[in-house]
Ligand binder design. Sequence first.
Ligand code: NAP
Length: 249
Amino acid sequence: MFAEQAGIDLTYERIEAQADGFADCVHHLRARGFRGVNVTLPFKEDALRVASNATPRALRAGAANTLTIDGQRIEADNTDGAGLLRDLAENLGKTIAGCHILLLGAGGAARGVLQPLLDANPAGVVIANRTQERAMALAALGDARVHAMPIGQAGERAFDLIINATSASLQGSALPVPAACFHGKSLAYDMMYGAQPTGFMRQAAARGVRVADGLGMLVEQAAEAFFGWHGVRPATAPVILALRRALTA
Ligand code: NAP
């Protein structure tokens, strides 16, 4: 849809790599003349490893969702953080500056969005993860605004923005987010998306909180990758709308 908007003639294919064959898959694509790859779970760490160089944001995230192939050179990038920030700011009208943020999860997605969130000047970010050590490791990156705490203790304060960057929704598991984490003007954002609201979104909506899923982030991270490849920033709103209609049809 982005290419159609820009009048660019390209081939875009959905490819499933073998669990232990990601590098082979990318080399095969290069041999076929492909110039870029959007990468999703569970290959984002492999994508960083297969690259000959990486952008600072991919290195910081320890994971890549975008590859650019130029002859023998493969560059890894991570556009998830930029995608989330753009979805929050442009599509949802959420200002991050001054916000108290609760970030649930400490996997690749959480790592990818932490620095872009900090760059937008929040008042603070609390990271809560099922495995507390991973949250602590992520919080130990040296920014005084970031703290890790067990999810059960996060309810000592209410947050303006609660981001679910865990894959709990993917497994249909509930997250034990204390009710006190939400206030009337909070936004509860689940990076997951689907035909139905996730358990986390239902949990937040039941407390009267505004909710959003990650469909906008999906489209915005793809738009950021497209911009990197083609130098054209696509209009995302019609694409989000079309995908939403297709999901709920
Ligand atoms: P990941 O690296 O595998 O990390 C998974 C995270 O979820 C870890 O923090 C893990 O905790 C936690 N977790 C898994 N199952 C859980 C459960 N049952 N209860 C509580 N926590 C659980 O995955 P990721 O790459 O960070 O992706 C996370 C989610 O973000 C996925 O659902 C993915 O689809 C979504 N995502 C969406 C977009 C988008 O464009 N919308 C982009 C990127 C990611 P432990 O550390 O304790 O294992």
